[in-house]
Ligand binder design. Structure first.
Ligand SMILES: [Zn+2]
Length: 204
């Protein structure tokens, strides 16, 4: 099974689907497309290394989208970038941003994903702390890998206290979200997803 994960910035996908990827890492090939190096939220070279380290842990191949942080435009070129990676990786399932989000980069990457994945049978949206009206209906139990998920976020050392909410770390935010999604799925820790489309065969 091939999995493609698309994110606007380093550390987006770890929050949204890091536990799911850890759970699948032994039985799937994982490909990651990160559109920008997050230079507005930190030093690009530091963030690049942090992202590479996470991908090494996941045994995932990393592609950079070459876009400018906070300036990812929704245009034909963005769709082309995603389509090119899809052609090269032949994913069975794709994870990407949810279309409703306060961050313009997340929104634009999500919208471009919707077009680029029009022939992909399994496409799921993951959440980030800036998602709006996110009501998941598909869940993955990450109870056995919650510590590893938090470790992925800890690898992004430069980003642990950048939530702009005083005293709140991304680790606390991710753990609390996992408990809430877990409760919704009747397990201790979970990640929740909104499907664009999902075949039951895959789900089973
Ligand atoms: Zn982001």
């Amino acid at each position: 099974m091939n999995i493609l994960v698309i994110g606007a910035h380093p550390d987006d996908f770890e929050f949204g689907c890091g536990g799911t990827l850890i759970s699948f890492s032994k039985k799937a090939k994982i490909y990651i497309l990160v559109m920008s190096k997050g230079e507005v939220g930190g030093d690009a070279s530091v963030r690049e290394k942090e992202q590479e380290k996470v991908c090494k842990f996941l045994n995932a191949r990393l592609y950079w989208g070459g876009r400018k942080d906070t300036n990812i435009e929704l245009n034909k070129q963005l769709i082309d970038t995603i389509e090119a990676v899809i052609r090269g990786t032949k994913p069975d399932i794709i994870f990407s941003h949810y279309p409703k989000d306060t961050h313009q980069d997340h929104r634009n990457v999500s919208e471009a994903t919707i077009t680029a994945t029009r022939y992909i049978r399994n496409v799921l949206f993951y959440e980030t702390p800036s998602s709006i009206d996110f009501t998941p209906t598909v869940f993955v139990d990450i109870s056995k890998v919650i510590d590893k998920k938090l470790m992925l976020l800890r690898i992004h050392k430069s980003q642990i206290y950048t939530t702009k909410i005083k005293g709140l770390s991304i680790l606390e935010s991710a753990r609390s979200t996992a408990i809430f999604r877990g409760y919704q799925n009747r397990t201790k820790f979970a990640e929740g997803f909104v499907p664009l489309r999902l075949s039951l065969k895959f789900a089973l």
